[in-house]
Each structure stands twice: as structure tokens, then as C-alpha cells.
Design a protein around this ligand. Structure first.
Ligand code: GTR
Length: 330
């Protein structure tokens, strides 16, 4: 297997037609795109759809090659690599952007969305556009926002029914100060590690559990080592697809428009694949015999008030939160 440095060097070549002034043509080649999830996962397939969309409309001149399975390291790593041009695109959750970009916080707040349709309405509104646009100052061009379902807690000790059941558990979170504060406010101890390391950390007892949606619990096989899944449904933080600014700047305006159009079209493709995947993952986990329990969200949501207050500090964030809540009933 190639190490990360070799992979990045390889990517430079793949990306070369787009990003390097010295290349003969800026108009042909594969855009590299990274994803922490394996082949077949809805986000991976949605970005492949973008590749086909581009290839169809450019006679194969533009295409996308997706590198699944976290080959480029953590999502935080891939954001950095993309921002300096070592990768053309990366698909990540908003969580690893929370600590660098304040506009990503509102969409990542625990218990802010009432339902999937509420979340979809919000990301399809000008709030989604604001979040995408805010990434430019970090060298990242936000292309589109995808679903990531409801996240719930899983662990290898016991069913979680009330927040007190979490006391003392070591729970893995993504690299986000907001997630760390959330888990600690619930009485557990947050341990930030990349998704790719969760299975081993569970197996070795470094952590007792984690929190994620049905498809991630299933595809990462975490349920084998953490079979209690308690439906706290505490988060619905969406995913985002970004292009590194060096790559973006190497595209013509017409190509930029086409990439945006393709990304937009991929959202519906992803949503359909996502809904199907959630159902399949749930069925597979029930079939595997994991222990699933319903949870009254109220006492969990109650403990999130100080977390909201700590992270929603600017007028812009307050306005985002107010607008999101106003969209709950639309
Ligand atoms: C998943 C998400 C990934 C990653 C992961 C995590 O639900 O699709 O992008 O953020 O969670 O917890 O690290």
C-alpha cells in the first residue's frame, strides 16, 4: 500500500492538468476526490456521479476519480491537502470545519433539526449557500451539502436511556470542539480520533463507544465491538463537498459553472442513495442482533443549552440559529 506522501505525489500528477500552469492543457484529466467512507457509500457514489456528469458533457475531458476509505488520512488532513492543491476535492462532514469556520456551527448544533425534511430545507436555503461561501477564506470552494442522517450513541457497556448512563464512558468524537463539549456536557469523556481508527480503539478498549448514524455504524463494522445502539438522535450535522482553491482557480469559468451544476445535481442522487442506505443499514444491524433502544431526547437536549450558549456567540450565528428554527414548521 502506498504511504500518504506517495499518494499525494501521485495526486499532483492526476491533478496536474488542472492546477499547474506549466502543464500543456488545463482542460483534461481526472479531478481527485477523497472520502473517508468505502466504495458504495452514498457520498462516494454521489461524487462518482459528478464525474460521469462532467465526462458526459465534456466528451470525457473532465472526470473525477474518487479515493475512498480514508486513503489520505483524517478528514482534517484532507481539507488541508485540498486547500494547497494536493487533492482536487474532498468530501467531509461539517464537524472538522467547526473549529476553523464559525458559520458551520449552527448546522452542527445538537437537537437543532426537528426532522430530515427540516434539515434538507435548511441546507437548500440561503443558509446552506452562506456556509458553502464561508469556506473560501480557508482555501476551499464549497460545492454542495449532503445528508448525514441522525447520529446516536453506541457503546460496548450498556444501553443508554438517560444522560446519567453515559457517565464515565469514553466516547469517540470527530475533531470538533463542539462535539467534545457536547459529549462532555452529557457526562461522558470525549476522545477525538479519526473515524478510521474507531474500530481498533473499541477493540483495544481505548474507548467504550462513539456516536454516528446507521450507515457508518454498519459500514465501519463498529457494531461488532460496540453492540448497544441507543437512539439519542442528537445530531444531524450535514456533509460538504469542497474543491481546493488552487484547482478551482485552474478551471475556466465555464468549467467552474459545470462543476457547480454537477454538484447540485448530485444532491438528489445522494439523497435517494442515502435513504436507501439508512434502511439497508438498519435492517442489517437488526439482523446482526445488536441491542437497539429508543431514548427520550428531552433530558439530553436540556443538557445542551450551555453548549449552544458557548458556541453561538456572534450575531451572524444567532441569526442563523433563529432562521433555522423558523424553518422547522414550514
Ligand atoms: C460520518 C460522516 C463522515 C465522518 C464520520 C465521523 O457520519 O459521514 O464524514 O465525519 O461520520 O464521525 O468522523
Amino acid at each position: 500500500m502506498l504511504n500518504r506522501r506517495e499518494l499525494i505525489a501521485g495526486m499532483g500528477l492526476l491533478a496536474c492538468p488542472f492546477v499547474m500552469g506549466g502543464c500543456e492543457s488545463r482542460l483534461s484529466g481526472f479531478l481527485s476526490s477523497s472520502d473517508t467512507h468505502p466504495d458504495g457509500y452514498p457520498t462516494v457514489e454521489a461524487v462518482r456521479f459528478i464525474g460521469s456528469y462532467l465526462a458526459d458533457r465534456t466528451n470525457g475531458r473532465l472526470d473525477v476519480k474518487v479515493f475512498p476509505g480514508g486513503q489520505f488520512g483524517s478528514e482534517t488532513d484532507t481539507l488541508e491537502i485540498a486547500s494547497f492543491g494536493g487533492l482536487d476535492m474532498t468530501r467531509v462532514n461539517l464537524a472538522p470545519l467547526n473549529s476553523i469556520e464559525g458559520t458551520t456551527i449552527a448546522l452542527s448544533l445538537p437537537f437543532i433539526f426537528r426532522s430530515t425534511s427540516h434539515m434538507r430545507r435548511v441546507v437548500d436555503s440561503e443558509i446552506g449557500d452562506e456556509v458553502l461561501a464561508s469556506l473560501a477564506r480557508h482555501g476551499l470552494i464549497g460545492l454542495c451539502i449532503y445528508d448525514s442522517g441522525e447520529r446516536s450513541v453506541y457503546n460496548n457497556r450498556r444501553p443508554i436511556v438517560t444522560p446519567d448512563d453515559l457517565r464515565g464512558l469514553k466516547l469517540r468524537v470527530p475533531a470538533s470542539d463542539l462535539y467534545i463539549a457536547m459529549i462532555n456536557a452529557l457526562g461522558a469523556n470525549a476522545v477525538p480520533i479519526p473515524l478510521g481508527e474507531v474500530y481498533q480503539a473499541l477493540a483495544q478498549g481505548v474507548i467504550d463507544g462513539a456516536e454516528n448514524n446507521w450507515p457508518s455504524l454498519e459500514s465501519g463494522r463498529h457494531y461488532e465491538v460496540a453492540p448497544f445502539y441507543s437512539l439519542t438522535n442528537h445530531l444531524m450535522t450535514p456533509e460538504v463537498l469542497v474543491m481546493g482553491k488552487p484547482t478551482w482557480d485552474g478551471l475556466t469559468q465555464a468549467e467552474q459553472l459545470l462543476v457547480r451544476e454537477a454538484a447540485k445535481a448530485s444532491v438528489d442522487v445522494m439523497r435517494q442513495a442515502w435513504d436507501q442506505r439508512v434502511n439497508d443499514a438498519r435492517a442489517a444491524l437488526v439482523n446482526a442482533g445488536i441491542r437497539i433502544n429508543a431514548v427520550d431526547p428531552e433530558p439530553f437536549a436540556e443538557r445542551m443549552k450551555p453548549v449552544w450558549n458557548r458556541f453561538i456567540v456572534t450575531d451572524r450565528q444567532r441569526s442563523q440559529v433563529a432562521r433555522i428554527l423558523a424553518m422547522a414548521e414550514a
